[in-house]
Design a binder for this molecule. Structure first.
Ligand code: PLP
Ligand code: COI
Length: 360
C-alpha cells in the first residue's frame, strides 16, 4: 500500500557542497524532507515532502519527556553506471517496524515506507555526492507526539525522513581505531531496548563514549548489562573477531544487541567465502586469552555509517593490546572492498542486495 505524498518544492535551493572531501558525517542537509502524521483515528495521513526546516512541536510532546523515538540509518549511492541505488532498504524498513513495536509506536506499511524513501531520494538525487567513499545518508525517524504528559502508549506520532550527503563517519576513515573496553556503563540490558534503534539507547551511551574520547580512544567496546563479562557491540557498530581462523561475533539472542544490516551482510559474505562463522557469547576473558596466545588475528566493527572499521588497539583495565600490528587486517579490508564495491555498483551484486531508485 502506498501512502499519498504531496510535494512542495523549495523556492530557494541551497548550494551543494563544493568540496566533497570535507563532507564528514551528518552536518549538511538537503533541500527537502518528508513528514507524515499519525493518529489513532486517522492512521498515517498527510504524507508530504516539504522544504527542509525546523519542526514545530508541542512543549508537552511525548518525545520530549519520555523519549518515545526510533530511527533508522541507510544510504543512497551513486553507482558506476550513473544510477542511484539503495542497499537492502527493506531490511531497514522491517527493523524500523520492530523498533516501533518495542516502543509502542505505530508501524508503517512496508511497501509504503519504501515508496516514501524512493520518492524522496529521487527528488534529492542531485544531492547524492559523486566522490569515492561518499553517499546520501537517509535518516528516517518516528516519534510519539501526544500533546499531554500522561505516561502511556501514544495516540499521535510523526514520521520524518531527512537526508544528508556524507563522507567518512570516523575521522580515521577505514584506518584502525583505538577502543577502550567499558566496564562501568552499559548500553543495554536484557529485556530492555538494545535490539531496537531507539534514541534512548544512544543517550545512555554518550557518557562512556565521551570519557573514552577524553582518554584518546575513538569509542568503547560494550559488555553485557547483566554480568559485564560478554562482548556486545563497539560504539554504535556490531563487532566481529577472527580467532584462530574462525569468525566469531556476539549472538543476537540476548536481545541487547542491534541486529545490524551490515553485520548480516558481512556474515553472508564470509560464509560465501568459506569462513567458519560462529554467532555466540564471547567473554572478554576469552578475547584476551586469544590476544595473549596470538590467536586473535583481527577485530572490526560493522555499520552503515563507517561500513567496516578495523580495531587497531584494545584497552582494558590498564592493559593495551595491539591487533594485527595496528594495521587493517586482510579480512576487514576484503569485507570493506566487497561491500562498498556492491553498494557503488562496481562489483557484481550476486545476492541482489542493491535496489535501483532512479537514473542519476
Ligand atoms: N549497532 C548499533 C548500536 C547501531 O547504531 C548500528 C547502526 O545503525 C549498528 C549496530 C549497525 O547497524 P547497521 O549495519 O544496520 O547500520
Ligand atoms: C551506523 O550506521 O553504523 C550507525 O551507528 C549510525 C550512527 C550515526 C547512529
Amino acid at each position: 500500500m502506498k501512502y499519498e505524498i504531496s510535494v512542495t518544492k523549495t523556492a530557494c535551493p541551497k548550494e551543494k557542497p563544493a568540496d566533497e572531501s570535507k563532507l564528514g558525517f551528518g552536518k549538511v542537509f538537503t533541500d527537502h524532507m518528508f513528514i507524515m502524521d499519525y493518529s489513532t483515528d486517522k492512521g498515517w495521513h498527510d504524507g508530504r515532502i516539504v522544504p527542509f526546516g525546523p519542526l514545530s512541536i508541542h512543549p508537552a510532546s511525548t518525545v520530549l519527556h519520555y523519549g518515545a523515538e526510533i530511527f533508522e540509518g541507510m544510504k543512497a549511492y551513486r553507482r558506476a553506471d550513473g544510477s542511484i541505488g539503495l542497499f537492502r532498504p527493506m531490511e531497514n524498513v522491517r527493523r524500523l517496524n520492530r523498533s516501533a513495536e518495542r516502543l509502542c509506536l505505530p508501524e508503517l506499511d512496508e511497501e509504503g515506507c519504501l515508496d516514501i524513501l524512493n520518492t524522496l531520494v529521487e527528488l534529492e538525487k542531485d544531492w547524492v555526492p559523486h566522490s569515492e567513499g561518499t553517499s546520501l545518508y537517509l535518516r528516517p525517524y518516528l516519534f510519539g507526539n501526544d500533546p499531554h504528559l500522561g505516561v502511556h502508549a501514544v495516540k499521535n506520532a510523526t514520521f520524518v525522513v531527512i537526508c544528508s550527503p556524507v563522507g567518512a563517519y570516523y575521522a580515521e576513515g577505514i584506518n584502525p581505531v583505538k577502543i577502550a573496553i567499558e566496564s562501568t556503563d552499559v548500553r543495554a540490558v536484557r529485556g530492555g531496548t538494545g535490539y531496537a534503534k531507539c534514541g534512548g539507547n544512544y543517550a545512555a551511551s554518550l557518557r562512556a563514549g565521551q570519557r573514552a574520547e577524553e582518554k584518546g580512544y575513538t569509542q568503547v567496546l560494550w559488555l553485557d548489562g547483566v554480568e559485564q563479562k560478554y562482548i556486545e557491540e563497539v560504539g554504535a557498530m556490531n563487532v566481529m573477531f577472527k580467532i584462530a581462523g574462525k569468525i566469531v561475533t556476539p549472538s543476537l539472542a540476548s536481545g541487547s544487541i542491534l541486529p545490524g544490516i551490515t553485520r548480516k551482510s558481512c556474515l553472508e559474505l564470509l560464509k560465501d567465502w568459506g569462513f567458519e562463522v560462529e554467532e555466540r557469547k564471547i567473554s572478554v576473558d576469552e578475547l584476551f586469552a586469544a590476544a595473549a596466545d596470538g590467536s586473535l588475528e583481527e577485530a572490526w566493527g560493522t555499520g552503515t555509517a563507517a561500513v567496516v572499521s578495523p580495531i587497531g588497539q584494545l584497552f582494558y583495565q590498564g592493559n593495551s593490546y595491539t591487533l594485527c600490528g595496528g594495521e587493517i587486517g586482510p579480512v576487514a579490508q576484503k569485507l570493506y572492498d566487497q561491500l562498498t564495491g556492491i553498494q557503488w555498483g562496481k562489483v557484481e551484486d550476486k545476492f541482489g542486495w542493491t535496489q535501483f531508485v532512479c537514473n542519476g
